[in-house]
Design a binder for this molecule. Structure first.
Ligand code: COI
Length: 353
């Protein structure tokens, strides 16, 4: 690992023994330590791992007004031999720096990112749930720290990583509403970045959809209100017989790392996978004809989540999730690679030793 002057200050009050690993709701349990780095005068410094806890933020913090806030979600799991492993950490480093670029934030050096996640997971290894499908979820994020209310690029930032032991994000099949009254992102906007504001804008439409009995929104493109982009917290896949289709990333869709991994697994299995534009009409017509056999989402938190129904303009199409074959196969392979049960032929995992 590189020498960034990383300081490690361990807690004397571990909370580990208070955690019920048999019942871990997503995102509510926090491990003992967090990583923090600070940016000022044009460079990152003061890199440290310290006991998890609150920090003080000035009331005029610029991020709270103008939204320079970006994040990542990544997972550490345990190999069946007990070794902690990170899943494709370098891609998360690349993506947070793409997000940073779009929001005029400084990039965080890849070597420092790799050192941070590696050392944090090494320290928190006993927080990694052992059950396959569960993981230690790492939440790296960067926020502006200037104390100023003029609209401008902040000169100071904080980069933080904390960890939560988690089970699956969704614990039931999802009903999606294809929404034609709100949009998530337009090409040229911030849709491809993992920017906090993208999620803020999704909350009202999702709340309204939930009041109608749906679980999540399936977003349509901003220009024609016709082409499917992604779902709430995930990318989306459709299976038409033996052909798998996922919307091509058009600049407004998040470039999911799980999405990329599933596409590779499908190719490895010799299956037909297309990345292309896919319209809501194509999906609803194929569903009516019985030609759309599976719909599922993919994401770091969600892994692979089955979709049981899609509603659009008053029409509701349901899917027989018990007959799904592709989604369970993909979930099994990705979880299997993360637990070492299935060979990692692409070197996606990094062992933390
Ligand atoms: C993830 O899948 O890791 C995400 O960042 C989605 C999150 C909003 C739960």
């Amino acid at each position: 690992m590189v020498a960034t002057g990383l300081q490690i200050n361990k807690t004397e009050n571990s909370k580990l023994s208070t955690v019920d690993f048999g019942d871990i709701p997503f995102g509510k349990t926090f491990s003992d330590h967090m990583y923090v780095a600070e940016y000022k005068d044009g460079s990152w410094g003061n890199m440290r791992i310290e006991p998890f806890g609150p920090f003080t933020v000035h009331p005029a913090n610029i991020a709270w007004h103008y939204g320079q806030a970006i994040f990542e979600g990544m997972k550490a799991t345990k190999h069946t031999d007990g070794t902690p492993m990170l899943f494709r950490p370098e891609l998360h480093s690349d993506r947070i720096n793409k997000s940073a670029e779009r929001l005029a934030m400084p990039s965080f050096p890849k070597e420092a990112f790799m050192e941070a996640v590696y050392e944090l997971v090494k320290l928190e290894k006993d927080w990694i749930p052992k059950q396959e499908g569960s993981a230690l979820y790492l939440r790296p994020y960067m926020i502006a720290m200037d104390e100023f209310i003029g609209v401008q690029v902040s000169k100071t930032y904080k980069f933080v990583i904390f960890c939560c032991p988690v089970g699956p994000y969704y614990n039931k099949p999802l009903k999606l509403k294809a929404d034609d009254s709100y949009i998530r992102a337009a090409v040229g906007g911030t849709g491809e970045a993992k920017a906090a504001g993208n999620y803020a804008g999704s909350l009202l439409p999702t709340k309204l959809a939930k009041e109608e009995g749906y679980d999540q929104i399936m977003w349509l493109d901003a220009k024609e209100n016709h082409y499917i982009q992604e779902v709430g917290t995930m990318n989306i896949f459709f299976v038409f017989g033996n052909k798998v289709v996922t919307p091509s990333t058009d600049g407004a869709i998040l470039k999911g790392i799980t999405r990329k991994s599933l596409i590779q697994i499908l190719k490895d299995k010799g299956m037909s996978i297309e990345e292309r534009k896919i319209s809501i009409n194509e999906v609803m017509i194929a569903a009516k004809r019985g030609e759309l056999t599976e719909v599922f989402g993919s994401g770091t938190a969600a892994v692979v989540a089955n979709v049981a129904g899609i509603g659009y303009k008053g029409d509701m199409q349901k899917f027989d999730i018990d007959a799904y074959k592709v989604a369970p196969m993909l979930k099994d392979v990705i979880n299997g690679i993360r637990s070492g049960r299935i060979e990692d032929t692409h070197n996606w995992t990094t062992r933390v030793v």
